[in-house]
Design a protein around this ligand. Structure first.
Ligand code: PGA
Length: 256
């Protein structure tokens, strides 16, 4: 068993109003209170839309569940219409931020270059960055998975000093498995997570040992234990199944 503490994150994407976010917390918190408070339990994180951040922060205050944003700009302030800075996220009570999700890369022009700036800015501000990487179906079929992962990891972590690499969380999310119901097999997921770890180890052996690598892509209560039981997989980034408090609590329990 690795010493790495699993991290289970609920990526709500563009779902839930402020009221629905509050209702979710009321339903979830009693179910995960004991699990997450136990020192051996996983770190549990909810990533609501920006507008519901404050509500989820207030609802989870003093408890074991933490709150993350789904994106962030790398500048501290300025004329960047529609953007939110690391300082603003901290001000709202977020402790972590998801960066480089494939939906942002594919639909909103998120680049490796921008991510190479966002990841260290998150770290420097004391936010836990969750950097998402993953190949498309076409890239996997062309046998390009390793090359794509290497490019995304090299770029996203290029400005992170070696001694801080283990403070980043990586989410391996094959694009073909996101929202499709097609999960990577535990073997495929473990191979990719192991490859990512080898890239980090090549920069710093201790960081390779310490860095946490989640799997994401159609994680459900029914497949969570198989995926989370793998040595190289240190948690899950959960989309669809995280919208239901019972399903999300079951996935948290599978990591406990
Ligand atoms: P999914 O999404 O669980 O709905 O496949 C995962 C993600 O995009 O983080």
């Amino acid at each position: 068993m690795s010493e790495r503490r699993p991290i289970i994150a609920a990526n709500w994407k563009m779902n839930k109003t402020i009221e629905e976010a509050g209702q979710f917390c009321d339903a979830l918190l009693p179910k995960v209170a004991e699990l997450a408070a136990d020192t051996g339990g996983p770190q549990v994180v909810i990533c609501p839309p920006f507008l519901a951040l404050a509500t989820v922060v207030a609802a989870t205050k003093g408890g074991p569940v933490e709150v993350a944003a789904q994106n962030m700009h790398f500048e501290p302030d300025g004329a960047y219409t529609g953007e939110v800075s690391a300082g603003m996220l901290l001000d709202a009570g977020a402790l972590a931020v998801v960066l480089g999700h494939s939906e942002r890369r594919q639909l909103f022009g998120e680049t490796d270059e921008a991510l190479s700036r966002k990841v260290p800015v998150a770290l420097d501000n004391g936010l836990l960055p969750i950097l998402c990487v993953g190949e498309s179906e076409e890239e996997r079929e062309r046998d390009d998975t390793d090359r794509v992962l290497r490019r995304q990891i090299d770029a996203g972590l290029s400005r992170v000093p070696d001694e801080r690499l283990a403070e980043v969380v990586i989410a391996y999310e094959p694009i073909w498995a996101i929202g499709t119901g097609k999960t990577a097999s535990p073997e495929e997921a473990e191979d990719a997570c192991g490859f990512i770890r080898s890239l980090i180890s090549a920069r710093n052996e201790g960081a390779g040992e310490g860095i946490r690598i989640q799997y994401g892509g159609s994680v459900k209560p029914a497949n969570a234990a198989d995926l989370l039981g793998r040595e190289e997989i240190d948690g899950a980034l959960v989309g669809g199944a995280s919208l239901d408090p019972d399903d999300f609590a079951a996935i948290v329990a599978a990591a406990g």
